[in-house]
Design a protein around this ligand. Structure first.
Ligand SMILES: [Fe+2]
Length: 228
């Protein structure tokens, strides 16, 4: 996606006399309206990712290993149970510009539906090979990525991955991602509340696709996070 770059270039070129290159870029820009007018994109900018509850299971103590690979705990031979999900995307502002240096955190239950948290009944049975929480800083182009698990349901909730994004300018977004097409979504109160505006679905529904090129048996999804 090169839209932010194009915006920047067009902005820079405005004060200049029209050149052949300017005209070429302008002609290219005229091909963009589907991106600027359809889906969750508004004329004034991008639709923000909806804020959702943090829930009761944000870590009270961070694991020794809290990198962006939740499936492999440093120093352990075993890999976490469950289906690996490569979750990646960009942190963007409402104008579509990358938010460099944003701290992105995710946390989720293990393949049995158990969080690593004091309030989790049966915590002692959790998969100790699963990291459960990870964090990373968004790159200069806004990119983030996690090796996570395809989320599973637990009593009272449809499958989801929690996340938080803190920007250098003090912005904070707490929200959750879901699996597109999961029947339990429509019965989940947190999900339903988030999609009262149906345009928001695209911001929180993960479309999962096989990713054999990344890892055998793994899934992948791309989710941009738009912070207001
Ligand atoms: Fe949860």
């Amino acid at each position: 996606m090169r839209l932010p770059f194009l915006f920047c270039k067009l902005g820079e070129m405005k004060p200049l006399m029209p050149s052949r290159r300017t005209l070429i870029v302008a002609a290219g820009a005229s091909l963009l309206p589907p991106l600027l007018t359809a889906g969750p994109t508004l004329a004034a900018g991008l639709l923000a990712t909806p804020s959702q509850t943090e829930g009761p299971f944000y870590p009270t103590a961070f694991p020794a290993d809290m990198d962006n690979d939740l499936v492999q705990v440093r120093g352990q031979a075993a890999q976490a149970m469950g289906t690996v999900l490569h979750l990646e995307g960009r942190v963007l502002d409402l104008a579509g510009r990358p938010v460099e240096g944003a701290l992105v955190e995710i946390w989720q239950c293990d393949a049995q539906g158990l969080y690593d948290h004091p309030r989790q009944p049966g915590r002692e049975r959790r998969d100790s090979a699963f990291q459960g929480y990870g964090r990373m800083l968004a790159a200069a182009d806004g990119r983030y990525s996690f090796r996570a698990l395809k989320p599973v349901a637990y009593p009272g909730r449809t499958p989801h991955i929690h996340f938080k994004v803190a920007t250098a300018s003090g912005g904070l977004l707490t929200s959750q991602f879901y699996i597109a097409g999961e029947p339990g979504n429509e019965r989940d109160g947190v999900f339903r509340d988030a999609v009262r505006d149906p345009r928001r679905r695209e911001r929180i529904e993960m479309k999962l696709a096989p990713a054999p090129g990344l890892e055998a048996g793994a899934l992948a999804t791309t989710m941009d996070i738009v912070v207001g």
